[in-house]
Design a binder for this molecule. Sequence first.
Ligand SMILES: [Zn+2]
Length: 159
Amino acid sequence: MNWTYGPTDVLPSFAGSIEVDAESAPFWQGLAEGDIRVPQCENCSTYRFPPGPYCLSCGSSMQRFITLTGRPRLFSWIVVNRSTHRSMPAPYVVAVLEYDEGVRLPAALHVPGGVDALTLGMPVVATVVQGDPPFIAGRVPSPQDPDLDTRVIAASQDG
Ligand SMILES: [Zn+2]
């Protein structure tokens, strides 16, 4: 199998398949500007994803959007072996990334070394790909990757 597929190689087009409402508009606007922004409760500081009208922890409707660090860890992943869209040939990897802030978001994951190299908690570099709509892509970095936070490398070697 060819595991060299990366989300930056193919830009999916799902125009019209995303419904942007008042709660999610700042998230989508952030992606369009290259930032990953998620709502945070102004009352209890809990992050909300997906965006919604109320905090699931305290019920407050007060929120602000925070730009995440873009330096997440691999929380979970699946390998999709059957393509459902011509712009995304299988196999490809869909991951859940956990950011330093504790919030988890899905991402397309570029795995040039093959899925056998994936381990839970490994550092991943997250970027925004300007597709239609824009989406979050993760990349498993090499240890020499200038985008990788050296603090994260040290932490992963301890574990
Ligand atoms: Zn709250």
